[in-house]
Design a protein around this ligand. Sequence first.
Ligand code: KIV
Length: 276
Amino acid sequence: MITAPELRALKGQRPSVWITAYDVVQAQVAEESGIDVILVGDSLGMTTMGYDTTIPVTLQDMIHHAAMARRGAPHTMMIVDFPFSTYADVPTALRNGARVMQKTLANGVKLEGGHDIIPVVDALIKEKIPVVGHLGLTPQSIHTMGGYKVQAKTLVAIERLIQDARELSDHGVSAIVLEGIPDRVAAFVTDHVDVPTIGIGAGSHVDGQVLVFHDCLGLSPNLPKFARPFAHIRDDMIHGLQDYRNAVLHKSFPNDAETYHISDREWEHFLTEYKN
Ligand code: KIV
């Protein structure tokens, strides 16, 4: 398992490969595939719980899913998202950080934000909880951002992003997720911080990539521009269930090999003895 210091040390060596996972099977296949880091993202609110945003996701939801993911992938670094409004102040963040670490056996937590959350970042790291930052398009700020829009496209916004990234890096985060920003901005940030940048919709000049499990494997009905489906699991599942349905309707399932049997002797005995 990669540790938080090893993750930081990967910068400049090789890209790290992250994927989200929210349950045992997803985590198992992530671990078997050699993924470096499993992110139990609050995107589970949309991929798995059917919400339109990540806002309704609770800490208990995160703990429930992260504990499942950990059981599926005991040997892979696992980072768990702090969901909406669970790290608004230091005491709350410390209490919630302890719950996440103890109940899920995570290796760290991820928080959205920059300068404003530095006191929380400091407190968590002091409490020996590794922190991953998240800048750019931060879905928990959907209502203040006014939609899922590419961020950091103006001088002021780019300067603020660079400042936030530098502060997070200087205060000891293990990595920074950069979401939904222009590739040149992501490259500039990557070259000006000491910690790995992990891109999602941030181009290729970053220190690693993260994708949402459902986008990566073709489970999502709609794909964002930046995602590439490396498999087509949704189609496979539909074809499989259609085949199953047809086999049941045509009585070709189950066949003899898929059926349990009783000996003739036992069956004759039953028919002779059975009194209804
Ligand atoms: O919640 C999530 O899955 C994330 C990734 C999109 C980075 O934060």
